[in-house]
Ligand binder design. Structure first.
Ligand code: NGO
Length: 522
């Protein structure tokens, strides 16, 4: 203390100025703290930092790529252009400072190696998808200003070291419900842009429900003429549908970001809109009234009528024709208006139709009750007590995608004060979405049966794109980390710190995320 008393005031001020940033940096995420090699969402599998190996991107940096890596290299150059102002040259080989992308054998599917040294950055993967995911990591290793759409004057340093990364699960999905409130192709593209940052690789589109029908089917044109008309959203909002060209363009746009689109037509329940358009799909042949409320479980296709199967096959055929991905989702949930025997009879005919048209049948976990579910993919959205519905199918070879509603449903409120959202599965704050294990949830299901995770976003309360962003972010990132990062790296404190620093990226991208009080946002 006596020593401090003798220090001159100016010296003390200087000393404090030097020490304070260290104190705040160690107290938690801070915008001026240099980015570490592990500051990535979802967490990388292995990282070995090398403090002497920082790489600086300047106007002279080149991006070199072999033929097969060229497309992803172009995406990288484009991503770096707005904020750096650099028009980085794409070359085949370079002698100068370079970010070098190439394919090489030996990496796991979708995995990659990213090595940052003083003179070069090397990105390697066996398939272009791995390069794309590596590029997403590289973007997060640059300062948050990289997300600006105007030129920012600053140093663009990437922390030195080596990352080996690969996904825990082959399936990392997000679902968007276009039926309750239609969202345009442009809005779906914006969502694709955002989710692709976090290495999501499937986009499931819920395209039909009681309120509306959102995908053009040529052989049954009234589905969208009537079911996609103005006012067909919940509360009489909106309306609209995707044309086949819109859909194909979305499939292409998603594929460029290594995301596979999965279309869903929900049946035999959730079909009121189809029956308004085609009364012959109801057993009494009478068109029901259009519905814009949020109730579920009251409609059913007429299981004993051949017309139903003609309809179902036409829809499956047309969807399969424009869907390159392996899965076709046939819903199957909440069929309270379909007697159990009829439900089984329906699935006995419909699941093989999906296979007939070259796709793997995918459905909500209720389809697991059908002996025909065999090698289908089941989306588990329930609680443990629903286990018996999937056990037989899993024993017969079915795989599971985990979407427990009380963890992964992005349409649930964060807390009782959240504007919008539903609450039937409980409030889901970020930690609730993050702190669980997809492998361990169902006691009788072996980990080998879990294909991955998906975060559904139902749209009963989602009127515009801002509503989507607010409910999806940050929780979607929690599910993305469960899907990508190794189980051993699961750590709430680490996730929370990384998410806190990511916030400033969303601010720069103008993403209206929920500023969860559980996170210290920087
Ligand atoms: C349930 C229901 C949907 C609702 C959603 C709202 C499933 C699989 N079916 O999930 O129709 O929109 O909840 O959270």
């Amino acid at each position: 203390m006596a020593m401090v008393g003798r220090v001159r005031p100016l010296r003390l001020a200087v000393a404090l100025l030097l020490v304070l940033p260290l104190v705040t940096a160690s107290a938690g995420p801070h915008p001026t703290r240099p980015i570490a090699l592990t500051d990535v969402l979802p967490a990388v599998a292995e990282a070995a930092p090398d403090p002497g190996g920082d790489f600086r991107i300047t106007a002279d940096t080149e991006i070199s790529a072999t033929e097969s890596a060229l497309a992803v290299a172009g995406q990288l150059a484009e991503a770096l252009r707005p904020a750096t102002g650099f028009d980085l040259r794409l070359v085949r080989a370079s002698r100068g400072p370079v970010i070098d992308l190439a394919l090489e054998p030996g990496h796991p599917d979708e995995g990659y190696r990213l090595e940052v040294r003083q003179d070069r950055v090397e990105l390697r993967a066996t398939y272009p998808a791995g390069l794309f995911f590596g590029v997403q990591t590289l973007r997060q290793l640059l300062p948050p200003e990289i997300e600006s759409d105007t030129v920012q004057r600053r140093r663009w340093t990437v922390p030195g070291g080596r990352i080996h990364d690969r996904p825990r699960y082959a399936y990392r999905g997000a679902m968007l419900d276009l039926a309750r409130h239609f969202h345009t192709a442009a809005e779906v593209r914006a969502y694709i842009d955002q989710i692709s940052r976090f290495k999501i690789n499937y986009l499931h589109l819920h395209l039909s429900d009681d309120q509306g029908w959102r995908i053009r089917i040529d052989s049954w044109p009234r589905l969208t003429e009537v079911g996609g008309a103005p006012g067909t959203g919940v509360g009489g909002d909106g309306g609209g549908f995707l044309t086949k060209d819109d859909y194909r363009e979305l499939v292409r746009y998603a594929a460029e970001r290594y995301i596979t689109v999965i279309p869903e037509i929900d049946m035999p329940g959730h079909v009121n809109a189809a029956q308004v358009a085609y009364p012959e799909l109801a057993c009494d042949g009478v068109a029901p009234r259009p519905r814009t409320d949020m109730r579920v479980g009251y409609s059913s296709l007429c299981v004993r009528e051949e017309t139903t199967y003609r309809f179902v096959e036409d829809v499956i055929r047309e969807l399969a024709e424009m869907t390159p991905g392996p899965y076709l989702h046939v819903g199957g949930d909440e069929t309270f208006a379909t007697p159990h025997g009829s439900y089984l009879a329906f699935q006995r005919r419909v699941l093989p139709l999906v296979r007939k048209h070259g796709k793997i049948p995918y459905g909500w976990h209720e389809i697991g009750q059908s002996p025909a579910a065999g090698d289908a993919l089941l989306q588990f959205w329930g609680r443990e007590r629903d286990n018996p519905m999937v056990n037989t199918a899993v024993a017969a070879g079915a795989k599971l995608v985990m979407s427990p509603a009380n963890r992964t449903y992005l349409d649930m409120k964060y807390d009782s004060l959240t504007p919008g959202g539903l609450d039937w599965a409980g409030a889901i704050e970020v930690r609730t979405a993050y702190d669980w294990d997809p492998d361990g949830l169902l006691a009788d299901v072996p980990a080998t049966a879990i294909l991955g995770v998906e975060a559904p976003l139902w749209s009963e309360t989602l009127r515009d794109y801002a509503d989507i962003e607010f409910l999806a972010f940050p929780r979607l990132v929690a599910i993305a980390e469960l899907g990508w990062s190794p189980a051993r790296s699961h750590d709430w404190e680490s996730f929370r710190a990384r998410l806190g620093t990511y916030g400033s990226r969303w601010v720069r991208q103008d993403v209206g995320f929920h500023r969860s009080p559980q996170i210290r946002w920087s």
